[in-house]
Design a protein around this ligand. Sequence first.
Ligand code: SF4
Ligand code: SF4
Ligand code: FES
Length: 539
Amino acid sequence: MKLQIDGREVTVPKGTNLIEAGKKAGIFVPHFCYHPGLPVVGVCRICLCEIEGRPKLVAGCATPVEEGLKVITQSAKVREARKAVMEFLLIHHPLDCPQCDKGGECTLQDYTMLMGPSRSRFTFEKQTWPEEDVGGKLLLNKNRCILCLRCVNLCKFVAGEDEIAVLSRGEETYIGTVAGRKIQNEMAGNIADICPVGALTSKDFRFRSRPWELKPVASVCTLCSKGCNVTMGYHPRRNEVVRITARENMDVNEWWICDRGRGGFWGIHHPNRFTAPLRREGTAVSVTTWQAAMPAIVDALSGILAKHGAAAVGVVGSGELTNEECYLTRAIFRDGLGIANLDFPLRPQPPVIYPRFTIEGDKNPNTRGARAIGVAPGPGGLGLADMMRAAADGTIRALLFLRGGPLEQFGDPAVVAKALGNAALVVVIDNLPSPVSERAHWVLPGVSYAEREGTYTNSQGRVQRAAKVFTMRGDTREDWRILQDLGRSMGAWTHLDQAPEQIFRRLAADHPAFRGLDYTILGDRGAPLAAATADVAVG
Ligand code: SF4
Ligand code: SF4
Ligand code: FES
């Protein structure tokens, strides 16, 4: 439909409202209660617009476009109306921006500066409520609430739970949890992103930083195979990721992420992280250096390969690794060194299914990528369970784990424990301790998903880029560098790639499922695997 907004002509599909039509025309229509991912409620009235020839102002969020409409968003009448709305919203609102956690990214603060009255005519005592822990990741400060209903509707329509409601009536109206129960749904953290004021804020992020101190970095969550698009809030001075928020991608997660992904930064900065290579001899564990560890590992592995052949080595890959790292895994161990015993563990859990969002049950972010690339047994090679049995009975003498984890992740825990106990060489690359790394002869400190660039193929077969957000202090190395170094030292990899993008180019050239893709095409929204081959390759 063709219409004019402030004299600018724009064409939008039937059913589009004036706010979205304005966006398309590059004209901003303010809004509090409207969110493109939630039902229109039309309660805040800040989006009032004028339509030529009509006596009354209309709510931009609740008014669909019509052919030939002439919309005015900047008349004196509109400005007066919006100013009045702002004055009403601020009647009970505390003027505590300097100490409010939302300060700097608060819509009410922005609009007050833009169009609100600079003084209040309200001389009576303001309503006050104490702050409240409402469960999940949220704290509620009712004093700041403008009753926009976004929180109510997010719980209701995205999570399918009536956990937050509008309570009481008239001037006493407030937002609260139903029957005082704590919020349980795992989507509720999104409210901290969409609450337009500092009423429902994140417990995790609270007072840890001002938003303007953060560098936002576009990346993806790797805590399940959904691959939600996220923004990492990186605090450069502290060299720390201090929050993770949702980043819109209509092909993957729309506007939302789950609370597990939102809390992912705690693992990134876990106090127990490995910061240097470790050597275990008997029960003694000592910190060592890369200069000592790598040649020793290469010697031991080469010795076993020379003496007992490739069948005496098992490589346990990982669906947590990037496509680039999976490519190196296959190229170095299977194609280069001829090790056919190659596999990786699946990490299934029951999915959590909400009406408008599913938290995937596959906890590997890259099962599809690993499969498409062929992190799988070569001809005559053993799968994971058989590999563990062969190591337990002494046929396999060296085990390389490209990520650790609980024993049961790799098979029968008793068999895995025996395998780890019997193998002459156990090497683990990981960033956090686990029952596997506790039994390894060598631990090489890899990095978390926020410290290395690369791509992951999510459960839909969409390849997406994850960013390197920061470099941790300590002697860690990106997993792709460790693999490349190991491959070069073993004579199984001749390249010296300086960035995952170079490795991705090789991957795209070698594996049909990735053909035609590159980092530019993937951009910050990703792209699907080549459709014709992806399903065949994934199996
Ligand atoms: S708490 Fe926030 S999202 Fe909920 S109604 Fe109040 S202002 Fe809106
Ligand atoms: S659904 Fe999965 S990918 Fe998305 S935020 Fe949650 S854990 Fe991360
Ligand atoms: S945004 Fe239109 S009424 Fe709230």
